[in-house]
Design a protein around this ligand. Structure first.
Ligand code: NOJ
Length: 768
């Protein structure tokens, strides 16, 4: 079985064809259908007491006693609480033996034997780490994201996790926000495609597919638009922004079958998301018809007190419940506020029947996941899943497909192996296997990462000298985060910076080429990792300038999750590797040496400085369109690289752009066609992108909007005839003027090309 899986992966690697769904898992259990699950959940509900119902609405972190936030606090005794039926779900536990023990308490010690939902942040892998989600988005290849998350799901399910708090589908136009790394960037169409693909990867064909987990898109909604890019700060978004940009990826994730959704922490337009009825009931349930369950973010219900929406834990629970919350995620330094609903019902503050909907939805999830039939896992089987070589293969291919070649002046890349005698690997990320993994990777799951140094050495063998110099140190973090405590391997030893800089320059001088691995350490991105500037951290800029000054060819490999400024430096080439995951160094080596041709594209506009944020290519036309890039007194506001940008070792040309009909009626589709040719000498992938602009409307429409894209593999000299069909849905939008969805009659501009600045254009008209 294992061998055949590996052979399958290897066979498919040699072509660029998408791999078949990666982890093949024996279909031992039959899937419980939605209808069956509902029937069984309803029968169970009839048997439940008020106390048992309230218990199902409780989820606790398992920190093994004391809490991270307050190590000395008298924590809730988790085991006793489960045995008393006061817990429906646990999170942050990955040890299969402990998970089995928790399940056993729930199944054997409680009257009704209801198993637990076990949730975890499986964001881009558990043991085998995939590239971070922003990287997967940069592949512009939903199949890559789907395969990666299917592997992640299989490793999670093997240890007993049955639900992931992912994908994060928050749009952001503000790279100061550290969590940009967890999402798909600034665009709703790319974001929606990536959201749906990840849900399919996590859940498999349906909830309950063996070897898969339940998927919970988050954070509903607007978290990526926090004031100043500061994590947790409030959000004020118009309905226009919400409906047209921030909500579509959530809708796509739910349409793909996601069984859960997580509410955001922050206040949205004045009301904390966890108690926002418009959001959790009007939009989610009434408009979208969502049947799954809603979980709060960590302490999201308790925090309603701090956020000024409740005067007590009980009022917080009642307000959240009434808004549409089902399950409260709680740090167990205090009992869950949901348990105070018992008292609230007894005092007549809320009807007992208000708990029935949430309980039913949670029970349904448990039935659909097959937990009643199979609550335990086999800990002995875990290593087999973790060490499956096919998983590393999927991770490597994903890293290769995610990389973006940002600059390659004079064709420095790919490096010519035949002429290469020595390589200087320079920079604090050059020999940092752990930092390659990115955020939401925890040492307890024993993740491994291949550094760029190790990858290049393995690839080049003994014939080429590959030496390393750190060059510079990491700056000290001003405001500590609890994530630092969970990621000890991310610590960086102190060094003598002056001596290291001199060593790096000397090494560059002795080598044929300098490969500088720069960017942000693992904990500089993710939650609680917003930054007020986009400069290279510490003295990396100085190091870069000094190495360029040696006159040696310089390739910069960036490891990060947001745009970073390279100042005025003009290295020969810049390869954006992101946090590429477990196989990062091997993937980078393949890309630098040309065994793999980069084909990724930017999922956000690469602004030059934080002062430009928030920024999107899809802005509304102003009364003075000619000066759109000249808005600052002291500098232009165009980005360094536009949304959708990415180069290749080959070249592409676009031609023969046409629409099938110059004029269509409202509701009718229009098909845009063009030829895409590989005009170079290497095989390569191009991401063809189609943008539109609606000239006149009920509301003003963005200067450009991505509507379609396709990643296409082309042999040298090959031409493919491409077609994209724009339907009425693609042309519809939510109008702030009419407060509803509209399709307007208007002329439309269409551009097709390799980035958001594409200039090959045509038009069509939609008539009444
Ligand atoms: C807080 C984060 O905002 C959320 O994304 C995560 O899923 C939970 N903590 C649980 O770790």
């Amino acid at each position: 079985m294992r061998l055949s899986r590996m052979v399958l992966a290897l066979a498919l690697t040699s072509s660029l064809a998408p791999l078949a769904a990666a982890p093949v898992v024996a279909k031992e259990a039959k899937i419980v259908t939605e209808a069956e699950a509902r029937e069984r959940a309803e029968a169970m509900l009839q048997r439940m007491t008020l106390e048992e119902k309230a218990g199902q609405l409780v989820q606790y972190f398992d920190f093994g006693g004391a809490t991270v936030a307050n190590p000395k606090a008298t924590a809730v005794n988790i085991d006793a609480a489960i045995a008393k039926g006061q817990v429906g779900s646990m999170l942050f536990v990955t040890d299969p033996v402990r998970i089995n023990a928790l399940q056993e308490l729930a199944v054997k010690k409680t009257r009704l034997g209801i198993p637990l939902l076990i949730g975890y942040d499986v964001i881009h892998g558990l043991h085998t780490i995939m590239p971070v989600p922003i990287a997967m988005a940069a592949s512009w290849d939903p199949a890559t994201a789907e395969r990666g998350q299917a592997v992640a799901a299989s490793e999670a399910r093997a240890v007993g996790i049955n639900w992931t708090f992912a994908p994060m589908v928050d749009i952001t136009m503000d790279p100061r926000w550290g969590r940009m790394v967890e999402g798909a960037g600034e665009d709703p169409v790319l974001g929606a495609a990536m959201a749906a693909a990840q849900v399919r990867g996590f859940q498999g064909g349906a909830i309950g597919t063996p070897g898969h987990v339940l998927s919970g898109p988050k954070h509903f909604v607007g978290y990526g638009a926090s004031f100043g890019g500061r994590d947790y700060d409030e959000v004020d978004l118009s309905e226009n922004q919400l409906r047209n940009t921030y909500l579509p990826p959530f809708k796509a994730a739910l349409d793909a079958g996601a069984g859960n959704i997580m509410s955001a922490y922050m206040g949205l337009n004045g009301v904390p998301a966890a108690a926002n009825k418009w959001l959790l009931t009007d939009v989610l349930r009434k408009e979208w018809g969502f049947k799954g369950f809603v979980v709060s973010d960590a302490n999201g219900v308790d925090s309603l007190e701090k956020q000024g929406m409740a005067g007590s834990p009980k009022q917080a629970a009642v307000r959240a419940l009434e808004a549409g919350m089902d399950l409260a995620m709680t740090v167990p330094s205090n009992p869950s506020p949901m348990l105070s609903l018992i008292d609230a019902v007894k005092n007549g503050e809320v009807a007992e029947s208000a708990l029935d909907g949430p309980v039913l939805r949670l029970l349904e999830a448990k039935y659909r996941l097959g937990l009643f039939d199979k609550p335990y896992v086999d800990p002995k089987a875990v290593p087999r899943t973790f060490d499956d070589p096919a998983h590393r293969e999927v991770a490597r291919i994903a890293a290769e497909r995610s990389a973006v070649l940002l600059a390659n002046a004079g064709g420095l890349l790919p490096l010519d192996r035949a002429k290469l005698k020595s390589v200087a690997v320079i920079g604090p990320l050059g020999d940092a296997g752990h930092d390659m993994l990115g955020p939401w990777v925890f040492s307890s799951n024993k993740p491994e990462g291949v550094s760029v140094l190790a990858g290049l050495r393995a690839k080049l063998g003994v014939g080429v000298k590959v030496e390393y110099a750190t060059g510079t140190a990491w700056p000290t973090r001003k405001n500590p985060s609890f994530f630092d405590a969970m990621n000890k391997p991310g610590e960086h030893p102190a060094i003598d910076e002056k001596a290291e800089l001199a060593k790096a320059i000397a090494l560059a001088n002795q080598s044929d080429v300098a490969v500088m691995v720069l960017g942000e350490a693992q904990n500089m991105a993710g939650e609680f990792a917003s930054r007020s500037d986009l400069k290279l951290p510490g003295r990396q800029q100085e190091l870069l300038d000094a190495v360029i000054a040696t006159g040696k060819p310089v390739v910069v490999v960036l490891v990060n999750g947001r745009p970073l400024s390279l100042g005025d430096a003009k290295p020969g080439a810049v390869l954006e590797a992101w946090y590429p995951g477990s196989e990062g160094g091997n993937a980078v080596a393949n890309l630098l040496l040309g065994d793999v041709n980069p084909g990724g594209k930017l999922p956000f506009s690469w602004i030059r400085s934080a002062a430009q944020a928030p920024y999107t290519y899809a802005y509304l036309p102003s009364h003075q369109p000619g000066s759109a890039d000249k808005r600052y007194w002291n500098e232009d506001n165009s980005p360094t690289w536009p949304f959708g940008h990415g180069l290749s070792y080959t070249t592409f040309s676009y031609g023969k752009l046409a629409v099938d009909r110059a004029s269509v009626k409202l509701g009718e589709p229009v098909t845009v066609s063009f030829d895409l040719t590989n005009t170079g000498k290497r095989a390569g992938d191009e991401v063809a992108q189609l943008y539109i602009h609606q000239r006149v409307g009920t509301s003003s429409r963005p200067v450009r909007q991505l509507k379609k894209f396709a990643r296409v593999a082309l042999a040298p000299g090959e031409t493919k005839h491409m077609q994209f069909t724009l339907t009425a849905d693609d042309l519809r939008y939510w109008s702030a003027a009419t407060k509803g969805w509209v399709q307007d009659d208007s002329a439309f501009d269409v551009w097709v090309g390799g980035d958001s600045k594409a200039d090959m254009a045509t038009t069509f008209t939609v008539a009444k």
